[in-house]
Design a protein around this ligand. Structure first.
Ligand code: ATP
Ligand code: MG
Length: 236
């Protein structure tokens, strides 16, 4: 049984269909990448999984339970965390306050303090800047904060929407190294990326999304060598 299983999802914005019979799965312990161009439906897919958008038909199962109609806040307490596109940190709160908010599903203050320490260890930059307002962090630091905040809920699976967007190559490498570490420590990852090369280089498997449909799927290393993928997504 897969940890996350999406079956025949159809999603509309008004009369426009954004996802067409979308089906894919993520097994426990995997890093799965969902790659595709602008407007392919990557964010829509994540928003539908996390309950922000309603599907017209289809089912979403998580950890053996159907969550198709479960509201977003409940899904977080079931062990799924979402790092949204564009980060969405709370600009007028400090780094520390943002992290604490990520633990809103938990109420053991000692455990929360320990988790904040764990996040600081993983992101020393955030520790240095713990009293700085999040709105004054650089783009890459905000991405780290958004990831740190998601880790505060101790997720079983983390859904990341374009973590590399707008970052310099060095920061992109740093963010991907952290994703690898988060995965190594036992968290399953669903990674949405336009940076197909990077995503495929750390993923176990991947799905290629075009105009709301999965057009290709496979082992990430095989897709990296696939001629069509190389032409369309790797600029080769
Ligand atoms: N709120 C909305 N209302 C109407 N159409 C929308 C809305 N949000 C997204 N869409 C449309 O749905 C399609 C899929 O958008 P989505 O944001 O899921 O793409 P994406 O793959 O995440 O793209 P990007 O790489 O640019 O983030 C696009 O054609 C987009 O214009
Ligand atoms: Mg998007």
């Amino acid at each position: 049984m897969s940890l996350l299983e999406i079956n025949n999802l159809n999603v509309y914005y008004g009369v426009i269909q954004a996802l067409h019979d979308l089906s894919f799965h993520v097994d426990k312990g995997e890093v799965v990448a969902l790659i595709g161009a602008n407007g392919a439906g990557k964010t829509t897919t994540l928003h539908t999984i996390t309950g922000l958008i309603k599907s017209e038909s289809g089912t979403i199962n998580y950890d053996g339970k159907e969550i198709t109609h479960v509201p977003g806040h409940k899904i977080v307490s079931m062990g799924m965390a979402h790092v949204p596109e564009g980060r969405h940190v709370f600009a007028n709160l400090t780094v520390y306050q943002n992290l604490k908010l990520g633990a809103y599903t938990r109420n053991d203050s000692k455990e929360i303090a320990e988790t904040i320490e764990m996040v600081y260890q993983r992101f020393p930059r955030l520790k240095e800047r713990r009293n700085q307002f999040a709105g004054t962090l650089s783009g890459g630091e905000q991405q780290m904060l958004a990831m740190g905040r998601a880790l505060m809920s101790h997720p079983e699976i983390i859904l990341m929407d374009e973590p590399s967007m707008g970052l310099s190559p060095i920061f992109v490498n740093e963010i991907f190294d952290i994703i690898k570490e988060v995965h190594k420590s036992g968290t399953t990852v669903l990674l949405v990326e336009q940076n197909a090369k990077k995503a495929l280089s750390i993923a176990d498997r991947a799905y290629v999304l075009e105009t709301g449909k999965i057009v290709k799927e496979g082992i990430a290393a095989d897709l990296l060598n696939d001629e069509d993928i190389r032409k369309a997504y790797l600029g080769e």
